[in-house]
Write a new protein. Structure first.
Length: 285
């Protein structure tokens, strides 16, 4: 979303997915995060960096779930998305203390430990799988160097379930996953392999990593999102394997008809990751 050469997503798509994102994120990771933040040294208040912020969905979800005061730094390449994200930030935190925000436009993969000095938390949503192994290694090194925890939500896991099932589901899933692992310019993206790479990277720095599932569960109430996701999912699979074109077109038409009739259920599996400095604290999170 914000790394060099990575795709930029239209505001409409980000708006469509916001409710499903909020419902999917793993709130149980917030308990160990809050405990760590409450025990950290330094002045009161949080400085939180949201990488690849888009329209600010992650910040809107998280700011009201953490006690403040909070100063958010919203990172993205797209100036229009940054403007929207900044304008839509909540005014108060979970305890009623103030929330403020500034925006920074640029390449998040270039952030260093020096850039993160004074940062209380680094967070991102639907970003990790768009990075390369080297970029994930660099992010882990920067956060470890600055000693700031990381909450990375909604990374694709490579599993999709559609109900009712279709014989082409597995082939399209495989083609889509291959597309997620494509080389984008000179950047070999990790796609569904990104979470495992991030776990290994943070653990090499001696950090504790927790994972929780965060699946999208799309039904009749999310028909517009489901239809848009279907078009993108099938389109990416077709782009990866052009020989699928005739079957994919028929599949998409059939699935869109099921969606419009309220007969289609979709589960898109994701993983949320929390990385905290040091060994496990025994907080039970």
């Amino acid at each position: 979303m914000t790394a060099v050469g990575s795709p930029r997503f239209p505001s409409r798509w980000l708006e469509l997915r916001e409710r499903a994102d909020a419902a999917a994120r793993a709130p149980e990771l917030l308990r160990p995060l809050r405990a760590w933040l409450a025990g950290r040294p330094g002045p009161p208040g949080l400085v939180i960096r949201d990488l690849g912020c888009g329209t600010g969905s992650m910040a809107r979800w998280l700011a009201v779930r953490l006690p403040g005061p909070q100063r958010w730094i919203l990172h993205d390449h797209d100036p229009a998305l940054l403007a929207e994200a900044g304008a839509r930030m909540p005014a108060t935190a979970a305890d009623g203390t103030p929330v403020t925000a500034t925006t920074e436009r640029g390449d998040l993969t270039a952030l260093t430990a020096a850039d993160l000095t004074g940062t209380s938390l680094v967070t991102a949503s639907a970003l990790l799988d768009l990075l390369t192994r080297d970029e994930i290694e660099a992010l882990a090194a920067a956060c470890a160097g600055a000693g700031c925890p990381v909450l990375l939500a909604l990374s694709v896991s490579g599993r999709v379930e559609l109900t009712p099932p279709d014989p082409l589901d597995a082939e399209l899933t495989g083609a889509f996953n291959d597309h997620q692992r494509r080389t984008d310019g000179a950047r070999p993206l990790l796609g569904p392999d990104a979470v495992a790479a991030a776990v290994a990277a943070f653990e090499r720095h001696g950090w504790t990593v927790r994972l929780r599932p965060s699946p999208w569960r799309l039904g009749c109430a999310e028909s517009a999102l489901t239809a848009e996701w279907l078009r993108g999912w099938v389109g990416a699979a077709h782009a990866q394997r052009p020989e699928l074109a005739p079957e994919a077109a028929v599949f998409l038409r059939r699935r869109l008809e099921q969606c419009a009739a309220g007969e289609l259920g979709v589960t898109v599996h994701h993983t949320d990751l929390l990385a905290l400095p040091g060994p496990p604290s025994g907080d039970g999170g």
